[in-house]
Write a protein that binds this ligand. Structure first.
Ligand SMILES: Nc1ncnc2c1ncn2[C@@H]1O[C@H](COP(=O)(O)OP(=O)(O)OP(=O)(O)O)[C@@H](O)[C@H]1O
Length: 258
């Protein structure tokens, strides 16, 4: 699904990503872990087009995407969420999920003003899709609730429902269970497993909660100071001496400077 090769990102004198390689298989849940400041968010910012790489290549389903805008990348089927929950708190659950579709399809202004047949058909399709996605994530019964009044776990599920409105092939999640209790995080984990099984969506996730990562991810890439220090299945990662050393803080290196 996604191949990252020789990816480097410099911010002035700081090398945030240093010759990173990562291969994400079709249908996988791929974990991206590493200590604070190791480059995880920068990597997904570059992958999703929010930040241009200094050098290297990124291909999605065989197509080079490293110079595309986030919008163009989302049209190809990649959608991402951010560390902070990013919903419209005053709007209802249903209105929030519809936003996913309107942002993606961008209806023609003229047809909206005159309420053309094509536009009405598009609205009907969007409503049906929103109902389907809210059902899928388990929020259909609270469709008319004000989104900002719901607990964290449900708000995150709503973000995922909104992301699903664009029918993505690849979902990139930045700390999807940050700030959640165990019960909420288990509910999100179950939802991601269901997404993988029933919708065949590939998922890349950054997460500090190791229990969550080990439970979900078939493969894990570990970053430290902008470099990949390990990649493998959960048992390999848990037993990798360099990973253990980095997490215990003894092997922490300074970022390379050019
Ligand atoms: N826009 C930017 N300008 C300058 N430096 C940046 C920028 N974005 C990130 N960095 C630096 O790049 C390095 C990697 O940061 P990044 O946020 O990618 O790490 P992270 O692994 O996601 O950390 P965390 O787990 O704390 O979110 C850090 O030293 C950070 O200060």
């Amino acid at each position: 699904m996604l191949e990252v090769k020789g990816l480097t990102k410099k911010f002035g004198g700081l090398t945030a990503l240093n010759d990173v390689n990562m291969s994400v298989a079709d249908g996988a849940i791929h974990g991206l872990i590493g200590p604070n400041g190791s480059g995880k968010t920068t990597l997904i910012n570059v992958i999703s087009g929010f930040c241009a790489p200094t050098s290297g290549s990124i291909t999605m389903a065989g197509r080079e995407i490293s110079s595309l805008t986030p919008y163009a990348i989302s049209r190809l089927g990649m959608v991402r969420t951010f560390q902070n929950i990013n919903i419209f708190p005053e709007m209802t659950v249903l209105q929030n999920s519809l936003m996913g579709n309107f942002m993606h399809e961008q209806p023609n202004l003229g047809s909206v003003i005159v309420g053309s047949k094509g536009y009405r058909a598009q609205v009907k399709r969007s409503m049906e899709l929103a109902e389907e996605m809210l059902n899928f994530v388990g929020l259909a019964e609270v469709r008319n609730k004000q989104a900002g009044t719901m607990p964290y776990g449900r708000q995150r599920k709503l973000e995922i429902a909104r992301a699903l409105m664009t029918r993505p092939k690849l979902l990139v999640l930045d700390e999807p269970v940050a700030g959640m209790n165990e019960q909420e995080s288990d509910a999100v984990a179950d939802l991601l497993l269901k997404l993988q099984a029933k919708r065949n969506i590939t998922i890349i996730l950054i997460e500090h909660d190791m229990r969550f990562v080990m439970k979900l991810c078939s493969l894990i890439t570990v970053l430290s100071a902008g470099k990949v220090i390990a990649a493998g299945i959960s048992t390999e990662i848990q037993n990798n001496a360099e990973v253990i050393s980095v997490y215990l803080g003894t092997g922490r290196k300074k970022h390379a400077r050019n």
